[in-house]
Write a protein that binds this ligand. Structure first.
Ligand code: ATP
Length: 308
């Protein structure tokens, strides 16, 4: 197997390498199988015991992760995009506990990798992180009983996630989301959403409850959010129509979304989003719930393996 990433000189850690179950979503990202093999080869050279399972359909990653036992496995590693991480997170929640969560970022946006400072192209960093990286105690969000790690939202972005053309996404990556956003901006009617955040009422056309700072890739939407904090940073966007979409779409990559005067960011433990019954709610980039949605963060935690 050819090795595509140059090793960097880092002192060998003294702790024993982890025993890991890698769960690979072969449909995530494009042409990433070689990178996965490279990471696995490096893990084995570092002394980690690795078992790899491939998913065949949606839901497999969650079922495989739920079976992981701390007797045989220190960590379950999601090899795929944020959707695969989300499935593993939910699977671990069904399991016996005592197993950490890791990631080999092979997806389209890889928001979690941005959040924890993992470079998707640096196979050496990824392997060392999985084998020896410290585990952060992360508070997990819950949307209508479904766990999420990064964000959950309703309104246009959830409709974009629900409507994105999968074949186009496989061919063009993130561009498919831009195309779908513009398409939706024309046809979508931007209904008003009610948001009750820790008992205080707000209104918006789009709402994203952020656990992490990043959104859609390396773009900061909620600068004060923290995976380790038991709170949500709720971004409430009031504008509608193509004008609103373009305005927010330009502000986000510049890191200015939360600075726009009409955008509110409120900190809350629990929110209730109401709007058209059955409208989609996205969590970590996949549809995880429907309106009305109760989104909260409480005592539920996971050990997330991060670079040192
Ligand atoms: N073998 C499979 N066949 C079809 N779908 C799968 C399979 N395994 C997992 N899935 C589903 O694929 C979806 C997308 O996966 P994922 O998010 O990991 O990749 P991505 O969409 O390329 O990346 P990103 O989320 O970063 O955009 C998830 O909803 C997951 O449940």
């Amino acid at each position: 197997m050819s090795i595509s990433c140059a090793p960097t000189a880092i002192a060998e850690p003294t702790a024993a390498p982890r025993r890991v179950l890698v769960i690979h979503n072969p449909t995530a990202g494009r042409h990433k199988r070689k990178r996965l093999q490279d990471v696995i080869d490096r893990l084995e050279r570092l002394g980690a015991a690795v078992v790899c399972r491939e998913t065949r359909m949606r839901g497999d990653a969650e079922d495989f992760a739920a079976l992981a036992s701390p007797d045989t496995c220190d960590a379950v590693v999601a090899a795929g995009g944020d959707g695969t991480v989300n499935e593993v997170l939910n699977g671990l929640g069904r399991g016996p506990g005592g197993v950490a969560l890791g990631v080999i970022p092979l997806g389209t946006a890889n928001v979690l990798a941005c959040e924890i400072g993992l470079d998707p192209k640096d196979c050496d960093q990824i392997a060392r992180t999985i084998a020896f990286g410290h585990a952060r105690h992360v508070h997990v969000g819950v949307a209508n009983r479904r766990r999420f790690l990064l964000m959950a939202g309703a309104g246009l972005d959830a409709h974009v996630v629900a409507g994105v053309n999968i074949a186009l996404k496989r061919r063009t990556g993130k561009l498919a989301y831009v195309v779908e956003s513009l398409k939706q901006a024309v046809g979508y009617d931007f209904p008003v959403l009610g948001i009750r955040a820790d008992g205080v009422e707000y209104e918006g056309r789009m709402v994203v409850a952020c656990k992490g700072r990043f959104y859609g890739g390396p773009f900061v939407a909620a600068p004060d959010a923290s995976l380790e904090a038991p709170k949500l940073d709720v971004c409430i966007l009031p504008n509608s129509g193509i004008g609103g979409v373009v305005r927010y779409g330009l502000a986000l990559p510049m890191g200015r979304l939360s600075e726009l005067p009409e955008v509110q960011v409120v900190s809350a433990r629990s929110i209730l989003i109401t709007g058209p019954r059955g409208a989609p709610v996205q969590g970590d980039g996949d549809i995880v719930a429907r309106l009305p949605a109760e989104i909260s963060v409480g005592d539920d935690t996971v050990e997330l393996i991060c670079p040192d």
